[in-house]
Design a protein around this ligand. Structure first.
Ligand code: HEC
Ligand code: HEC
Ligand code: HEC
Ligand code: HEC
Length: 322
């Protein structure tokens, strides 16, 4: 499962936990339709035919883009079928919510009752069990952000320096989750594709920037050569910490933000500095977990002037058919 990524190096998804998007579609039709309009869906068909993809693959010695894990880890969902690993889709439900095999029944069966008869305590236990079986829920801001950035920072030096792959995306969690990726149709029973609330957007914004900082700092720690990759990562870190410094000023009632910034300046952004950089990234990680435990965004209205508005949302939001 992808959030096994842990910050920097892409770990292959847990192929034997994958059930595939068709299994989710049985109940989540509108969410699946929204996904079908996204680049995440289209990359399955389009990527192998793309000239640039073939150039990158050739430089990396990859002959079959879909089946070799170097590309498949980020561009596909790979399912274990017998003793074979088969790419079955682009970046699909389980690339973001975790391989479903062990939790698909648990999360959806209202503790063996109907929705009306399940107690609050039973529901809480059901979600806890689902999470323990690998489900990544929208409310887990930190894991969610780590998962996006695990792919979108492209924390692989060779792929960038040698393969000519882009050194990540101009990613920002609010604008990149609220456009074409948005599929919040479930809790409105398919009536609407609901944007994240103001409080939720503040959390996405803050935790997203923090994870960008953490991921970039770890990547510099592991970089081996004075080349494009290391420079791009250093630029990314510097940009993120400046944005966080502005956030710290805008929301002085959240002192943890200034701590994130302080950690980012506690280690030189240079090669051969892995130990200090990793310590800084670990410090940032701890603060981010603390932030998600202590806040829900409702007291962070100071950030509203910084959170990107709808004109910045990436791609087109799908309206559900009723
Ligand atoms: C048998 C029907 C069913 C299937 C199949 C199913 N789900 Fe669900 N899903 C539900 C129900 C019911 C809920 C809402 C439960 C609740 O609100 O208590 C839900 C809620 C969710 C949520 C929201 C969780 C939250 O924190 O509120 C996510 C994410 C999700 N499902 C993902 C998936 C994915 C991914 C798959 C495929 C691997 C899948 N589901 C397959 C019925 C299903
Ligand atoms: C760590 C995750 C990761 C890995 C591994 C990865 N990619 Fe990508 N790739 C991405 C992301 C994220 C983007 C989107 C970048 C953006 O926002 O422009 C992307 C974009 C691309 C593009 C579009 C680039 C462009 O200039 O338009 C191509 C082509 C591509 N990848 C090919 C490959 C190939 C071939 C491999 C294997 C050799 C590979 N990728 C491995 C994450 C990855
Ligand atoms: C790129 C990552 C990604 C992919 C792919 C993805 N999800 Fe999600 N999902 C999210 C995020 C992020 C949220 C929370 C949205 C927000 O914060 O606005 C979410 C929310 C949900 C919810 C709650 C919706 C609501 O109304 O509150 C359900 C259900 C869900 N996803 C199911 C699915 C299913 C089914 C698929 C596959 C068709 C899927 N997701 C694919 C990231 C993803
Ligand atoms: C498993 C790796 C992976 C994960 C996890 C992932 N992405 Fe992506 N994403 C990609 C790749 C690869 C592309 C480029 C696809 C292409 O165009 O070929 C992409 C493209 C996108 C695009 C379209 C960008 C454009 O150029 O228009 C958006 C928006 C996006 N991702 C948002 C998200 C968000 C938000 C999350 C987390 C909730 C997320 N992604 C998680 C790999 C991933």
């Amino acid at each position: 499962m992808v959030f096994g990524f842990v910050a920097a190096s892409a770990v292959a998804s847990d192929a034997d936990k994958i059930v595939g998007p068709n299994a989710c579609a049985e109940c989540h039709k509108q969410e699946v339709e929204a996904w079908k309009g996204s680049h995440h869906f289209k990359t399955y068909r389009e990527m192998p035919r793309n000239t640039k993809a073939n150039e990158i693959a050739e430089k990396m010695g990859v002959r079959r883009i879909r089946t070799e894990s170097l590309c498949a880890t980020c561009h596909y969902t790979v399912e274990q079928k017998g003793n074979q690993k088969k790419p079955i889709a682009g970046i699909s439900c389980e690339s973001c919510h975790g391989g479903g095999k062990d939790w698909i029944k648990v999360h959806s069966e209202f503790s063996g009752k109907t929705i009306l008869f399940e107690s609050k305590a039973e529901a809480a236990a059901r979600w806890k069990l689902s999470e323990s079986k690998g489900m990544l829920r929208p409310r887990s801001f930190y894991l969610l952000a780590k998962n996006c950035y695990g792919c979108h920072v492209v924390p692989q030096e060779d792929l960038v320096n040698k393969g000519g792959h882009p050194a990540g995306s101009a990613f920002e969690l609010v604008s990149w989750s609220q456009g074409e990726v948005r599929h919040s149709t479930w809790h409105s029973k398919g009536r609407d594709n609901v944007p994240a609330s103001a409080a939720r957007k503040r959390m996405l914004y803050l935790v997203g920037l923090g994870v960008e900082l953490e991921t970039g700092i770890r990547a510099i720690g592991r970089a081996k050569s004075r080349n494009l990759y290391a420079f791009e990562m250093a630029k990314r870190v510097d940009r993120a910490r400046k944005q966080l410094a502005a956030a710290a000023k805008a929301a002085p009632n959240v002192p943890e933000i200034a701590k994130l910034v302080a950690y980012s300046y506690s280690a030189g952004l240079k090669l051969n500095n892995e130990r200090t950089l990793t310590a800084a990234a670990d410090g940032i990680s701890k603060q981010l977990v603390l932030i998600t435990e202590k806040y829900d965004g409702s007291t962070m209205s100071g950030l509203d002037g910084l959170v990107p508005g709808p004109e910045k949302y990436k791609g087109k939001v799908r309206k559900p058919d009723n």
